[in-house]
Design a protein around this ligand. Structure first.
Ligand code: SF4
Length: 111
């Protein structure tokens, strides 16, 4: 098996499950719909996504990520986005998203 850092095959960076009954689960995805991050790895960490905060039945503050396309918009693009934000993960403390921190989906580079 070739290490992912040296292979030219990028198939591991994403896939679309077109048979999923929830597809399309997030509106506004313009590129290949990446289902790899269906459960976003950044859910417990700081992120630049447009999440809303709600309080669950146990009194815990949670992210509602319905409006976020960042982990889904294009295989390579979303893969790179997640890797970049996992390099230095910071635990999310339950605060509301600061509009100044929002990343626009089309500003995320493919590189
Ligand atoms: S807002 Fe987007 S990037 Fe942030 S945790 Fe939710 S799905 Fe992931």
């Amino acid at each position: 098996m070739e290490p992912k850092d040296t292979t030219n095959n990028e198939a591991f960076k994403g896939f679309s499950n077109s048979n999923c009954p929830f597809m399309p689960c997030h509106k506004g995805v313009e590129r290949e719909f990446n289902c790899l991050f269906c459960y976003c790895p950044l859910i417990a960490y700081e992120c630049p996504g447009p999440y809303q905060v709600f309080t669950d039945g146990n009194g815990l503050r949670r992210k509602d990520c319905s409006a976020c396309t960042l982990p889904h918009n294009g295989y390579r693009r979303s893969w790179n986005f997640i890797q970049r934000w996992l390099e230095r993960p910071k635990i999310w403390d339950g605060h509301d998203q600061d509009p100044r921190r929002l990343k626009q989906p089309n500003t995320e580079s493919d590189g």
